[in-house]
Write a protein that binds this ligand. Structure first.
Ligand code: NAD
Length: 249
């Protein structure tokens, strides 16, 4: 397959995993539309759009830019709000609504808005989390949003199969994104916190954004042509063991 004429839409592409995904597609010659509430960096061969995926106006901007790009073979629903910490007893209603709106409802509505631009053989890749498979204490909204996205991925796979579309998700472990590295640096004992994060994984290290991007790329490609409705952990073995999964850091 020559990738050169293909187009991909990546949400949340200003930094972290989304940015690594956009960079990988750009490197491999794809036309890339990076969408983010913060304007993404300029990459070669890439268009960018400032858009909040949780609003109808933001999604409309993405659809317009995708149409101008000339077609979409892959949609990567990656944008997420990770800021509403709190347990089931104290998470704010506002934080809950924002988390569900960005992480769960937006992938549904953006996919729906773009579906007529996706030809048979196209693919959607949702970026879920190990926290969609297991829960972390004190992070109820994020856990619920990612658990919802995991099963939404399966629902999308079933409902979009008649259109010849595949839908899969990745469930990353702890990845060395700016956000995770900042959280480690801001903790009381950064060295210990880093080790705690690393020890959640059988491979005893954090993953890199590029390692997640490569799996996203695979799921979106024809190499994965018989794969749909799958949730692929990219977690260094975290969820291979009940001893590691869900252990609070
Ligand atoms: P991040 O917070 O570093 O980046 C997320 C990007 O999404 C940001 O650029 C942000 O501006 C954008 N964004 C947020 N809300 C948006 C909105 N409403 N509309 C458009 N853009 C919006 O995140 P990350 O750590 O790179 O994570 C990327 C994805 O991977 C997320 O879905 C996250 O839940 C998932 N994930 C991350 C990790 C990790 O360890 N970093 C682990 C598991 C899953």
């Amino acid at each position: 397959m020559t990738d050169v004429s293909h187009g991909v839409v990546v949400t949340g592409a200003a930094r972290g995993i989304g940015r690594a995904v956009a960079e990988l597609y750009a490197e491999r010659g794809w036309r890339v539309l990076s969408a983010d509430v913060n304007l993404p960096p300029v990459l070669r061969g890439q268009r960018r759009v400032k858009a909040d995926v949780s609003t109808a106006a933001g999604r409309e901007r993405i659809v317009r830019a995708a149409r101008e790009m000339g077609g979409v073979q892959v949609l990567v629903n990656n944008a997420a709000f990770q800021g509403a910490h709190g347990s089931v007893l104290d998470v704010s209603e506002r934080g809950w609504a924002r988390t569900l709106g960005v992480n769960l409802t937006a992938p549904l509505l953006l996919t729906r808005a773009l579906v007529d631009l996706l030809p048979r053989g196209a693919a959607v890749v949702n970026v879920a989390s190990v926290q969609g498979l297991f829960a972390e204490q004190g992070n109820a909204a994020y856990n619920a949003s990612k658990g919802g996205l995991v099963n939404l991925t399966r629902a999308m796979a079933l409902d979009l199969a008649p259109r010849g579309l595949r839908v899969n998700a990745v469930a990353p472990g702890a990845i060395s994104t700016e956000g995770v590295l900042e959280a480690i640096a801001d903790s009381e004992n950064p060295e210990q916190t880093r080790r705690d994060y690393e020890d959640l994984h059988a491979l005893r290290r954090l993953g890199t954004p590029q390692e997640v991007a490569k799996v996203v790329y695979f799921l979106g490609s024809d190499e994965a042509s018989f794969l749909t409705g799958a949730i692929v952990p990219v977690d260094g073995g975290m969820t291979a063991s009940f001893m590691m999964a869900g252990r609070p850091v």
